[in-house]
Design a protein around this ligand. Structure first.
Ligand code: PRX
Length: 522
């Protein structure tokens, strides 16, 4: 927090009730329209803090607690937050309570704020198109974008998709394992379920602690009926076989959901057969921070499933597949996934930069919303997401831009240039493979490699830690000086079939990089 150059109040929310929190925020001088950053672990006070903001018309901007102080700082500055709500530590067994240096000029303690206050707080009335929250997502330029959602459309969309996609019934116990620091937690832990009055499990912990049966133990303990998780978690648990799952009954389960990245058919089958014992339909929900809620998804027990396909559009969503020239492709085909008309939950703008909103999503193919994902449509009309087609990587269901990691690397004094690509990973989906060109006279070493990994972790956060770092005396570039990532991707994956590399300025670089490629992560 010492890095924060702006005057920020730090409220330590240790114990709170909902009503008192509104007062805490009001006492801290927050008014309708103000921005409030929230940087907290998965505790109930996080949901309380979100709702407190909404109650008084303030706009929350939640930053995932795994992000570094520098990433938090960047997001606070961009959203112009006047207040930060955080906690002094976590009860997560792998992380310890940290000591937060206290500055009485800017820091406020929860207890002091609420002392003697009434527990009633009238809601602030807002317009339906007033902002509800800002949530940052990686941008291909490297600078994160503040995705802005507004009140009514977003609430309507998350409530409706939650109800229909999970077939929500009043006696359900629903559990989404995501972190609220990501859009899945916003839409399908806080807003969608609460708008339906659903009973939810809020989990602060790890799927593998104290053992790898943790998820199923909780399912039995609370009689969870609808369960929503990510392919990366499924692949992680799949490694331990079916025995840890079968230790628990899981009889309550009715619908299983997945989100965050394409689910490979093997993981789908394991989820369906071992976890759901072939009784529970799987809803493979494709969506984005920007879409607010599910846009391609099966409806449970109504849509015939195909393992690995997000199947069909949700009501009101009109997808199309375009070729490079922007022509709509009919029938079985593959190309850019776009949407032809807006739906209630779509983002409204990029915080503070409407121009960027237009350029990112609407410029490449005018008249269409561009998802940035590739997609195939089969002969039965099913949609299959093939992954990102921009310079974004999906590591454990988290989007990262290659530019963001590259700029963290080149900030190191001995790195002259860096290029980052994805390499398939059995659990994480993709891992980060980094090529670095060092400044003259510097020798690559294990110590430097460790230092560079630390640098990225400190600049961005643990999720962005590189798996592989390879020294590249020169990078493969076109004659106009553009790095050929396609070639680097092949090297990272050890694929010799390069395709056409005639545009390379110096093709001997490729062979040299092949010879020195990293085969296993260190
Ligand atoms: O590439 C797609 C992938 O995740 C991206 C959106 O990431 P984010 O905004 O962080 O939101 C993640 C949670 C909604 C998409 O552009 N993605 C998400 N869900 C799926 C998916 N890819 C394939 N299948 C999915 N079900």
């Amino acid at each position: 927090f010492n890095l924060l150059a702006v005057k920020i109040h730090l409220v330590l929310l240790l114990y709170c009730s909902l009503d008192y929190t509104f007062f805490a925020l009001l006492c801290a001088g927050v008014k309708k329209g103000d921005r409030v950053s929230i940087y907290m672990p998965m505790v109930v006070e996080l949901v309380v803090a979100m709702l407190a903001c909404v109650r008084i018309g303030a706009v929350h901007s939640i930053v995932f607690a795994g992000f570094s102080a520098e990433s938090l700082c960047e997001r606070i500055m961009d959203s112009q937050c006047s207040l930060l709500i955080t906690a002094g530590g976590l009860s997560n067994p792998h992380r310890r309570l940290t000591h937060v240096p206290w500055n009485p000029d800017v820091d406020l303690c929860w207890h002091t704020l609420v002392c003697g206050e009434s527990d009633e707080c009238e809601p602030e009335w807002c317009e339906s198109e007033d902002p509800l929250f800002v949530l940052y997502t990686s941008g291909s330029t490297g600078k994160p974008k503040g995705v802005l959602h507004t009140i009514s459309g977003y609430m309507l969309y998350t409530a409706t998709t939650f109800k229909l996609v999970f077939d929500y019934q009043p006696d359900d116990v629903y559990w989404c394992t995501a972190d609220i620091g990501w859009i899945t937690g916003h839409s399908y832990i806080t807003y969608g379920p609460l708008a339906n009055g659903a009973t939810s499990v809020l989990f602060e912990g790890l799927p593998t602690y104290p053992d790898v049966s943790r998820m199923w133990e909780i399912v039995d303990k609370y009689h969870v009926t609808k369960f929503y998780t990510a392919p990366t978690a499924i692949r992680l648990l799949m490694k331990y076989g079916s025995e840890p799952v079968q230790k628990y009954k899981r009889e309550s389960l009715k619908v299983l959901g997945t989100v965050g990245e394409p689910i490979n058919p093997e993981a789908w089958q394991w989820y369906y057969t071992v976890v759901g014992e072939k009784r529970c339909p799987i809803v493979d929900t494709f969506w984005q921070t920007e879409t607010g809620g599910h846009v391609l998804t099966p409806l449970p027990a109504a849509t015939p499933m195909k393992p690995g396909s997000a199947t069909f559009p949700f009501f009101g969503v009109v997808p199309a597949i375009l070729n490079e020239s922007g022509e709509e492709l009919e029938g079985p085909n593959e190309g850019y996934l776009v949407f032809k008309q807006p739906w209630p939950g779509v983002m409204r703008t990029v915080q503070g930069n409407h121009q960027r909103f237009e350029t990112t999503y609407f410029k490449k193919f005018p008249g269409y919303y561009v998802t940035g994902d590739g997609c195939r449509r089969d002969k039965d009309g099913y949609f299959w997401i093939t992954g990102r087609i921009d310079d974004m990587l999906n590591v454990s269901g988290h989007l990262l831009s290659t530019a963001e990691v590259e700029s963290a690397l080149v900030e190191h004094e001995v790195v002259a240039e860096a290029a980052v690509v994805g390499r398939p990973h059995p659990v994480k989906g993709e891992s980060l493979y980094c090529f670095v060109t060092l400044t003259d006279g510097v020798t690559f070493s294990r110590a430097l490699e460790t230092d560079l990994k630390k640098q990225v972790r400190e600049k961005i956060g643990a999720i962005a830690t590189p798996d592989f770092i390879q020294e590249a005396p020169t990078l493969p570039k076109t004659r106009s000086g553009k790095i050929m990532r396609r070639v680097l991707r092949k090297i990272a994956c050890d694929e010799r079939d390069m395709g056409d590399i005639s545009t390379l300025a110096d093709s001997s670089v490729v062979e040299e990089l092949f010879q020195n490629r990293c085969s296993t992560a260190v």
